[in-house]
Every structure is written in C-alpha cells, then in structure tokens.
Design a protein around this ligand. Structure first.
Ligand code: CA
Ligand code: CA
Length: 389
C-alpha cells in the first residue's frame, strides 16, 4: 500500500471491519499493514481534554523502528472513546498508516452530532453589498457544516469581503477564501480566528468555504461584502496620467487600486502629483519604488504638496486606498519616462573647463549642481563663462 498517492484532506477515523480502531503507538514489524514500512504514532494518544495534539510518525524499516521520520500529524480524542487523525501525504510510497488490530475498540459509542450537515447553508450572492454569516450566527454553528458561498459581482467591479467577527474551534473548524467562482480557484487565505481579515477578488467572483468538524462549535463568523469599482493597471506608455476612480468626481468607498508604471531600457519613471484631495484621516496614496507594493515605499500622500517621485529603476507602483466611508475628489498625477540624471558638480582643483549637464545639449530638468573650485594658497581663481543659454 502506498499512502503517498492518497489525496489526504482533513480528519480521519480508523475502522477495521466496522470496529473503531486507533493507530498503534509502538513499533510495528516491517511488511505489516499491507505495506513495506508501516507508519505508527510516536507518542501517546491524547485525552479528550488535551484537545488537538501533534505527534511524530515513524516508519519501521531496515531494523530501525523510526528509519523513516514521516510528517507529524495532529490527533484528537473524541467524546465516545475514539480518535481522529489529520493524516497528511507521506513523502515516499512504500509506507502506509497503520490501524492497530490488537487494540480494536469494541466499546466505543458514536455520539450523534447535535445537528446534521443537511442544514442548508451557502449559496450564490449577487447583491452589491451584504452580510455573510455562519449558520445560526451569533449562536453556535452546527457540527459537520460545509457551506460554500460565491459572491458574484457584475461589470467592471470586484468583490471586497471584510470579516468583522470570527470565533471558531481553531484546531478543527475553518473558513477558506478563494479568488474566483469556486474552491478550485486560487486560494486567498484561511481564517480560524479574528484578525481583521479582508479579501478582494481580482475579477467578478469570490468564494467562501466554511467547514466545521464533528464536535465542538463556537459562535462562527460575521463578514460584510461590497462590490468595488475595479481600478489600477499596468502602464507602459512613455507618458500619461493617473487618477483616482471617477475623478474629478468623488472616488468610491472601499477603493483599492494599484498601478504599476513600467519603463524599459535605462529609463526611469518620474511621477508628479497635480491634485490630491482625500479624506486625510483614512484614505491615502502610497508610492513604491518597484513593480509591486512589496517594494520600497517612497512616500505616502494624504494632501497636495506638489509631490513628485522618481523610480530608481524601471518600475514605479502607486496604491490608492479608500476606507468604507467619506469620499473626496481624489487625485490626479502625470508620469513620464526619463533618462537617469548624470552626475554633476564636484570638487575642481587647478584649472580646467566645466559645464552644465549634457552641455552643449540641453541640461535636464531639476538639476542642482554645486562645484567647489580651489587653488593653491596665494593663488586666485579666474572664472570665465564662455557660453550661457
Ligand atoms: Ca468543531
Ligand atoms: Ca474614506
């Protein structure tokens, strides 16, 4: 048997011929359990009050009980005198998880869950804003829940989802969020406790999965969603302008726009703000020196002060954020690709010529050059301007 090829997901309970069984926690002979190197639990089973514990898993091979140190697993004792195991994929093929035939538990009782999983939940949501709740919120959610909601926006909008309360059994129940119309789309994150999480779809759909296992329930979760105007982009023109959504009218709430301006060759990006009116407490613009918001922050803007920025290489990224209330006119900015400025100024000694940058071609904008001229003691310096234009 080869447990590497099983698509393990979640928690498992062992049965042998319908009888509840547990993993052995002592060494098992090689070639037992229908495999080459049987996997056994390297540690005691927990008690119910221990909650979820993590235990090592050993594979017996080559006369060594723990020749293979497989990935540790989580184990939980359940009311009713049985255990569940969160099996994961072992790293190699010739191993398999063992159930202990010598320790078949004939006195277990399965506690009937207080509810079953047939309670309806999940669905398709198309309102432009709304509230997403776990079943029965704010009362405890049921056991064995598996709910999938897909929030579908239309047109040029995306979905923003903000969690305002999360209270789950953190070992075993969870929320997962996906960027698309199903759980097969890119995974955005998993939530087991409240940390002010928010998510945003990259296009029209966001999918939320809520899962609860067979025991222990909590209050659940509360989240708000809203459709937001999609905005931002990837700009490659050598010059252009940027503005907040709907500029010069007020921008919408809950905006989150990123623009990356990409130049080529040895060009850099110069960006000048020409208008900025924001709710200064709560909405902002950030400028980053690189192709994403993970790069170096050049500055944050909340009001107009004639700000300008220059990338150090090809890319400059602009983020615009607005919170959930109060909007203003927004911002407008121009960019242009520029050749990095040559060095200018310096210390000069003795005699010679010097000129403005690029002379006899045009000097560049924003030049600021200082030359220090010095001569030997007792000598004077004659400075003649041969050409000034
Ligand atoms: Ca639970
Ligand atoms: Ca605001």
């Amino acid at each position: 048997m080869c447990d590497r090829d099983v698509n393990w997901f979640g928690w498992y309970r062992l049965f042998i011929h319908g009888q509840s069984a547990q993993m052995p926690n002592t060494c098992i002979d090689e070639y037992k359990c229908g495999t080459h190197a049987p996997l056994w639990l390297n540690g005691e089973h927990p008690k119910v009050e221990d909650g979820v514990v993590t235990r090592g898993v050993c594979g017996h091979w080559n006369n060594n009980c723990c020749y293979y140190n497989s990935t540790p697993i989580r184990v939980k004792a359940c009311p009713g005198n049985y255990y569940v195991y969160e099996f994961v994929r072992p790293f190699m093929c010739a191993v398999a998880y063992c159930a202990d035939v010598g320790n078949i538990n004939t006195i277990y009782t399965t506690i009937t869950p207080e509810t079953n999983s047939s309670e309806p939940c999940g669905g398709n949501l198309t309102d432009w804003r709304g509230v997403l709740l776990s079943p029965r919120y704010p009362n405890n959610y049921p056991n064995n829940a598996q709910c999938t909601w897909t929030i579908h926006s239309t047109g040029n909008t995306t979905v923003s989802l903000i969690f305002t309360d999360v209270d789950l059994e953190t070992c075993c129940d969870y929320i997962k969020v996906y960027d698309g119309p199903s759980t097969l789309h890119p995974f955005l994150g998993e939530i087991q406790e409240y940390r002010n999480q928010s998510f945003r779809s990259s296009s029209n759909d966001l999918t939320v999965l809520f899962y609860s296992d067979h025991s222990v329930t909590h209050r659940g979760f509360h989240a708000n969603w809203v459709f937001i105007e999609s905005c931002g982009g990837y700009m490659t023109d050598w010059m252009g302008d940027l503005s907040s959504p709907w500029y010069p009218n007020n921008y919408p709430d809950n905006s989150y726009c990123t623009w990356t301006i990409h130049s080529t060759g040895n060009m850099t990006v110069s960006l000048n703000f020409t208008d900025v009116v924001l709710e200064t407490c709560c909405d902002y613009i950030k400028v980053y020196d690189g192709p994403s918001t993970h790069h170096h922050l050049l500055g944050e803007i909340r009001e107009y002060r004639n700000q300008s920025f220059r990338s150090s290489s090809n890319d400059l990224t602009v983020l615009f954020y607005s919170d959930s209330s109060v909007t203003r006119r927004g911002f407008h900015a121009n960019w242009v690709f520029v050749v990095p400025q040559p060095e200018c100024g310096g210390h000069l000694y003795g005699s010679g010529l010097f000129s403005s940058p690029n002379y006899p071609n045009y000097y560049h904008d924003n030049a600021y050059c200082v030359w220090y001229l010095s001569a030997e003691q007792g000598q004077r310096i004659f400075l003649t301007f041969a050409d000034v234009q």
